[in-house]
Ligand binder design. Structure first.
Ligand SMILES: [Zn+2]
Length: 299
């Protein structure tokens, strides 16, 4: 047991410092000094118990999510995830032609454990924001009411249940936009979801205890290298929290990340299964909510 712990610590140290030996030790000392000065959220580094209890003693959790129902996700991302035995979360825009054309492929992915998430029927975004000329006028969130959006988002849940037979669902806001017809529509839909992803930040959560599962920030990589993606995971490992990646195209389509960068990330996660819990967003959020609901033990 102690041997396993020692080996685990050595691995953790090597990961954080990029190596062992004298140089590694000096880097570790620096990392520790920084951690001690950076406050309690970073104080879960080597040798101490993680502040937030992840399954099987993992240091951090990773959600790999893919938005918009794109062919390159079916053709490249899902086969790669399957090879490594990981479950991803696929946020389907239900009006996207790929859903109708390749419904059996999406259904088969769900059968293998991948999550099909809600990304609304029509991907409404606010056309009034800069760079939003691509938003079709009939899909303008500025002219969609909260009530219309609520009806459509709830219908999307029914449609997803018809595809995969599941009842627990998570949501990712199209474009990260929260306001329909000038009013925040999240309060009208939040009770229908185990978790909701919103825009903003690096995707690394500061503290799990205070995270609102229905307002979880994501990183949306675009053209990132494998090393850059792995560096984000290491940040979450240092904090003992989680990171949320929201990809779009993988080796194709748009806002894409290359197949090679994606594969490098998956290989890192596979090599560090004991330290990083990679799972679907719905599974991670169920765990987070359970832990948050626990009352602190009496003294
Ligand atoms: Zn989207």
């Amino acid at each position: 047991m102690a041997g396993i712990l020692q080996a685990g610590r050595a691995r953790w140290r090597a990961l954080l410092t990029g190596g062992t030996g004298e140089r590694g030790r000096r880097r570790l000392a620096l990392a520790l000094a920084l951690a001690l000065h950076a406050g309690p959220s970073l104080a879960t580094a080597p040798g101490t118990a993680p502040a937030f209890p992840w399954p099987q003693g993992a240091r951090a959790a990773v959600s790999l999510a893919y938005d918009d129902a794109l062919d390159s996700q079916l053709d490249h991302a899902i086969p790669a995830l399957d090879r490594h035995g990981f479950r991803g979360s696929f946020y389907l825009t239900l009006s996207n032609p790929s859903v109708a054309r390749r419904m059996e492929d999406w259904r088969a992915a769900a059968r293998r454990g991948h999550e099909l998430g809600n990304h609304s029927l029509f991907h409404q975004c606010a056309r009034s924001k800069p760079g939003r000329d691509w938003v079709e006028p009939q899909r303008d969130l500025d002219t969609t009411s909260v009530e219309q959006m609520r009806d459509q988002v709830l219908l999307a849940n029914t449609m997803l249940a018809a595809i995969d037979g599941r009842r627990e669902r998570t949501y990712t806001l199209p474009c990260g936009d929260t306001h329909a017809g000038g009013r925040d529509y999240l309060p009208a839909v939040r009770d229908a979801f185990v978790g909701i992803k919103v825009a903003g930040g690096s995707g690394v959560i500061d503290a799990m205890e205070t995270l609102d599962p229905r307002a979880v920030p994501v990183a949306a990589p675009n053209g990132s290298s494998g090393a850059e993606l792995i560096a984000i995971v290491k940040q979450a490992m240092r904090r003992g929290t989680m990171v949320n990646f929201t990809f779009h195209g993988i080796g194709g389509d748009y806002l894409s990340v290359s197949r090679q960068a994606h594969e490098e990330l998956l290989r890192f996660l596979a090599e560090n299964r004991g330290l990083v819990w990679t799972d679907s967003f719905v599974n991670i959020m169920k765990h987070v909510r359970q832990q948050q609901a626990r009352k602190p033990a009496a003294p």
